[in-house]
Design a binder for this molecule. Structure first.
Ligand code: NDP
Ligand code: A1CAB
Length: 286
């Protein structure tokens, strides 16, 4: 009997070819996550007009195809990820020649699917996605909205891509909720950084060495987040568990409540959400 030959290389034929338009921070995070998850580099491409940035990305992802011509990069792609700033997306999308049924994923803050489809002049399957920068270390949180023409397989492909960089990947049924997610997790890392910056500075002002204040602040944030993630208790119970009657935490929380901390945070989230809609209105005019 003649032995059947065994393949010696991994079969990559079922992995989608993914083309990134714009190779900035977010594209770097997603390409990095896909690399680490074993996505074949030959199936990853990016275009980037800024020479210095492109060279940096080429040195980091040397096996990927790269260039400056967006239409060259999207040829034969199964998935096209729009990773440019909202202010340039209209010009970028209007110049694309999408002839295939490739899935398009836009990560641009605010920009609505109806505008992207109008600029594309096709009824391409389109997903609107809101990732965040912790994706750079595989700790992202991602919200997704699919237009009608996105198939179940393309939904699975989208989740597969985003799961390479995120621990939470979730669909919403109504597109405006992507703006809400922008206010929560898209912009959210900056709120926590601001909180940590301020807390570190308070420690320094009170006499702690910067290194100690920074380390204590960061570990406290991380510890609280991990507790919140693993605990069976809700967030307010966890807060109350730290707060002894007439103790130190109570004094701190009372001080924050007196300064209207809850309203401050809600206003911040709604400001980000509103700004997303404003960006969409500004860019969607034409
Ligand atoms: N940063 C964040 O926390 C998050 C960002 N987003 C969204 O992700 C998108 C990308 O953001 P981010 O990665 O931070 O931005 P970056 O500015 O880092 O990346 C965008 C890249 O696109 C390049 N670019 C500009 N014009 C073109 C073009 N015509 N063709 C191809 N590439 C082009 C830019 O080059 P050049 O510098 O030369 O202009 C830049 O390198 C934005 O729409 C943003 O709203 C979503 C969630 C979180
Ligand atoms: O600030 C911004 O517009 C982008 C989108 C979400 C986070 N950063």
């Amino acid at each position: 009997m003649i032995p059947t030959s065994q393949p010696t290389t991994t079969d990559n034929s079922n992995k989608p070819i993914i083309a990134f338009i714009g190779a900035g921070n977010m594209a770097e995070a997603v390409i990095g996550g896909l690399y680490a998850s074993g996505h074949p580099p030959s199936h990853l491409r990016f275009s980037e007009p800024f020479d210095e940035r492109r060279r940096y990305m080429e040195s980091k992802f040397s096996e990927c195809m790269s260039g400056t011509d967006n239409n060259e990069i999207i040829k034969d792609a199964d998935v096209i990820i729009l990773a440019v700033k909202p202010q340039v997306i209209r010009d970028v999308v209007s110049a694309l020649n999408c002839e295939s049924n490739a899935l398009i994923i836009s990560i641009a803050a605010g920009i609505r699917t109806e505008d992207i489809l109008r600029w594309l002049k096709t009824s391409q399957p389109l997903v609107r996605c809101m990732p965040n920068t912790p994706a750079l270390i595989g700790e992202g949180a991602v919200g997704l909205y699919a237009t009608e023409s996105v198939s179940e397989t393309q939904r699975d492909t989208t989740v597969g891509i985003m799961s390479a960089v995120a621990k939470e990947v979730m669909w919403v049924e109504k597109e405006p909720l992507i703006d809400t997610i922008t206010g929560i997790s898209g912009s959210g890392p900056a709120y926590y950084f601001l909180f940590m910056e301020t807390m570190t500075q308070a420690g320094i002002d009170a006499g702690l060495p910067e290194e100690q204040s920074r380390a204590l602040t960061i570990q406290t944030c991380l510890g609280a987040a991990k507790m919140a993630q693993s605990s069976e208790h809700d967030l307010s119970t966890l807060r109350k568990n730290v707060t002894s009657p007439n103790g130190t935490t109570e004094a701190a929380i009372k001080s924050m409540e007196a300064d209207n901390i809850r309203q401050i945070i809600k206003d911040a989230v709604f400001s980000a959400e509103r700004r997303g809609k404003e960006i969409a209105d500004e860019m969607g005019k034409n």
